[in-house]
Design a protein around this ligand. Structure first.
Ligand code: PEP
Ligand code: MN
Length: 337
């Protein structure tokens, strides 16, 4: 349920309303937007009489939210959310970010070289997998804890905040200095993982599952937000369809659809969406044009020798070319990169 407050509502009245709702066992979400101030009510609102609320002097209107996702719903928070990654990096509402780096961290030289090159090209965050979800148990599984240490070295060397995937909660303590924790496509509905990440205060990059609907995806974001962590960034990375030419099918409509349904930032990963290097640039441009808040791009210093996802990785020179074009387009959209 959402209460739209009147412009003239006083702080005293709003506080009294919040206390009253809390006394009834409900939680509230206050959001002061540019055009509207709303008070979202979360919990079992079936016993709340909307007409009673409507009669209060500080209340403009009362609406029930029919969608199952509440806190992520744009009706609860009409303005775009801006997620702060550290003191310098913001994502959402005009702040565009490019997350770049290899699929997997492979060695100190590799990650530092890639980090320096992507930073120079204009990337704002460094990615790199330490714990890798691989289809085959015989494939490279990532350097695990050592991979995280190497990412931290690359962060120290370049100042770039780091994004890396968690697969198992037993590793959470190792992520203490990680800036953004990624939940990969295969774990989008690992609800135990989402619940625990909802209790931490780090930004979470939630990738869309291989075959999940927008509603399922938003419900997974709701799990994180319901725990109190409102720092969620969504990432469209392609879905399974009947098409086998590309690794996945990039559902570019995810960007405008989610912009309508939620206030959370949404970024696009054209690398995993296509599986092919030559498709990364055209789809990255498309993502900017449809209003994405950022990109995630795989970049490897020597893609032909990559231990994972070499075919979709750009080399640093190719990333330079992509970035000069992306920067122009982001600027054209009136956003800041
Ligand atoms: C990744 O980003 O390295 C990854 C494994 O992506 P996804 O979960 O989208 O497959
Ligand atoms: Mn990959």
């Amino acid at each position: 349920m959402v209460i739209v407050l009147k412009q003239i509502a006083t702080e005293k009245n709003i506080k009294a309303l919040i206390s009253e709702l809390q006394a009834r066992g409900l939680s509230t979400n206050y959001s002061e937007g540019t055009s509207q101030t709303v008070l979202g009510i979360i919990g079992d609102t079936t016993k709340i009489d909307a007409d009673d609320l409507q009669r209060l002097s500080s209340v403009e209107s009362v609406k029930r939210i029919s969608e199952p996702y509440k806190t992520v719903n744009r009706k609860m928070h009409p303005d775009d959310s801006i997620i702060k990654i550290n003191d310098n990096v913001k994502i959402g509402e005009g702040f565009f970010n490019v997350i770049a780096g290899p699929c997997s961290v492979e060695s100190e030289d590799q990650i530092i070289e890639v980090a320096q090159r992507v930073k120079k090209a204009g990337a704002t965050l460094l990615r790199g997998g330490a714990f890798k979800p691989r289809t085959s148990p015989y494939a490279f599984q990532g350097l695990e804890a050592e991979g995280l240490d190497l990412l931290l070295k690359a962060k120290k060397a370049t100042g770039l905040p780091i994004v890396t995937e968690i697969m198992n909660l037993i590793h959470l303590d190792l992520f203490a200095d990680v800036d953004v924790i990624q939940v990969g496509a295969r774990n989008m509905q690992n609800f135990d993982l989402l619940k625990v990440l909802g209790k931490c205060d780090k930004p979470i990059l939630l990738k869309r599952g291989l075959a999940n609907t927008f509603e399922e995806w938003l419900m997974s974001a709701e799990y994180i937000m319901a725990g109190g962590n409102h720092n969620v960034i969504l990432c469209e990375r392609g879905i399974r369809t009947f098409e086998t030419f590309t690794r996945n099918t990039l559902d570019i409509s995810a960007v405008p659809v989610l912009k309508k349904l939620t206030h959370l930032p949404i970024i696009v990963d054209p690398s995993h969406a296509t599986g092919m290097r030559w498709l990364v640039e055209p789809l990255a441009k498309t993502a900017v044009a449809v209003g994405a808040d950022g990109l995630m791009i795989e970049v490897h210093n020597d893609p032909s020798k990559a231990l994972c996802d070499g075919a979709q990785s750009l080399d640093p020179d190719q990333f330079d070319v992509l970035m000069s074009d992306v920067k122009r387009r982001v600027q054209f959209e009136g956003k800041i990169l």
